[in-house]
Write a protein that binds this ligand. Structure first.
Ligand SMILES: [Zn+2]
Length: 101
């Protein structure tokens, strides 16, 4: 799904990223997938790999989550992206939750 065009649009749309973090964000690759390939991560909305410098967004899972919770699909994609970017910047789950991510 998606591919590079969708991913770069996503990066440029993430307006809530402070300017000083933008180079960090743009250095990461983004893969848009239906769902994680890992059997233990089938309900994950996204993931971040430090070794690969890669964020994966699982669009099918995000869509299911949005339908179940009456959440805006585009907005949730951005939130998931920012959540994974937060991991890249060293934030843990609780710190991200505290920021609404
Ligand atoms: Zn997380």
């Amino acid at each position: 799904m998606g591919g590079a065009t969708g991913a770069s649009r996503l990066q440029s749309r993430a307006d809530s990223i402070p300017d000083e973090l933008r180079p960090e964000a743009l250095a990461l690759s983004i893969d848009l997938c239906e769902r994680s390939a890992d059997p233990d991560q089938q309900d994950w909305l996204g993931s971040y790999s430090r070794s690969a410098q890669l964020i994966e967004l699982y669009l099918k899972v995000i869509h299911e989550y949005c339908v179940e919770n009456s959440v805006n699909f585009q907005r949730q994609i951005e939130i998931t992206y920012l959540h994974e970017l937060g991991h890249h910047l060293g934030l843990g789950e609780q710190a991200l939750l505290d920021r609404g991510l």
